[in-house]
Design a protein around this ligand. Sequence first.
Ligand SMILES: NC(=O)c1ccc[n+]([C@@H]2O[C@H](COP(=O)([O-])OP(=O)(O)OC[C@H]3O[C@@H](n4cnc5c(N)ncnc54)[C@H](OP(=O)(O)O)[C@@H]3O)[C@@H](O)[C@H]2O)c1
Length: 356
Amino acid sequence: MSTAQSSVSASSSTSRSTSSPRVAVVGATGAVGQEFLDVLAQRNFPMSEVRLLASARSAGKSVEFAGKTHTIRELTEESFKGIDLALFSAGGSISKKFAPIASQAGATVVDNSSAFRMTPGIPLVVPEVNPGDLKGIELGKGGIVANPNCSTIIALVAVTPLHRAAGVKRMVVSTYQAASGAGYAAMMELEQQSHEVLRGQAPTCKIFKQQYAFNLFSHNSSMLENGYNEEEMKLVKETHKMWGDATVKIAATCVRVPVMRAHAESITLTLGKALGEDEAREILAKAPGVSIIDDRAHNRFPTPIDASGKDDVYVGRIRQDISQDDGRGLSLFVCGDQLRKGAALNAVQIAELLLK
Ligand SMILES: NC(=O)c1ccc[n+]([C@@H]2O[C@H](COP(=O)([O-])OP(=O)(O)OC[C@H]3O[C@@H](n4cnc5c(N)ncnc54)[C@H](OP(=O)(O)O)[C@@H]3O)[C@@H](O)[C@H]2O)c1
């Protein structure tokens, strides 16, 4: 019997627990999956069992979690029997197939993929933004909750407090997105290419179709007919869904930069009413999940390295947008760890809201 299986013994009955749920992590060997394990352990998330699932390639591998060795099991249709909470991060096609199976088996699914984000009736949630949308979801009673796209989460943790204060009418976002957003293999490719380029060799391009080290390029998601890529349109549509307002004008340019971990975003807002930069700074200083690094005297503002491995979204360069002369324009620069707040942490925070 594997250690993971043996941990079932404490809760081998089929009765559901909403205070100490039985948890499955789907995609446990991936970049987000590994972060799930760190976040669950660091936050002492109460669990009576944890089941770590991945593909057949990883089945049988050992993983350390919360001071114990667990064995990875292959994801199958039988994987969710007795599970109360299933945290999915194994890609959209796996979610499309297995999230409904998990939900049918009684597990409440929190899904990191894009599979269900825009599905009507499926809540798309950032706890700091729209926790009320979880109404009606109960742990152990099935149902799917979608975790938004990482760039959307990071932007909205910073912008929603300003939206509440002064009503965002228009938002223009430019992203600087790290390798970790594309998974482990992309992080390894950036590392390998960096060595190759420094040695004067041609870079190996497998995950991305062009040189990534010492370069940057338009986000690698599919291009759409309107000239935007999928990543850019996720920011538009997901913001509209979470704010419950499709009239806000949003445009994004998403760029992959050779940073290992944590995304950065330049954001310019047009607000419904004038909001001074000092007032904006005060609002952000009190906002949950936000830390400010905004030291003009020392030219010290948020960096991806500041944000790496951290829970908060870091905000700086808080300034009046001088191209809008009615006081309603505001610009910010934000950094957030997209494996944590942009993925695993946000999903675990959703699960925490469901604990009773
Ligand atoms: N990276 C991010 O910042 C981020 C942010 C938000 C959302 N997401 C989403 O989270 C998901 C995973 O992303 P990632 O970056 O963690 O990718 P990753 O590092 O490539 O990990 C993928 C995971 O999925 C598992 N998997 C692949 N095929 C499978 C199958 N047939 N059956 C069961 N498990 C399978 C892999 O298991 P094996 O090791 O066995 O192959 C691995 O555990 C994606 O949907 C992504 O869009 C990622």
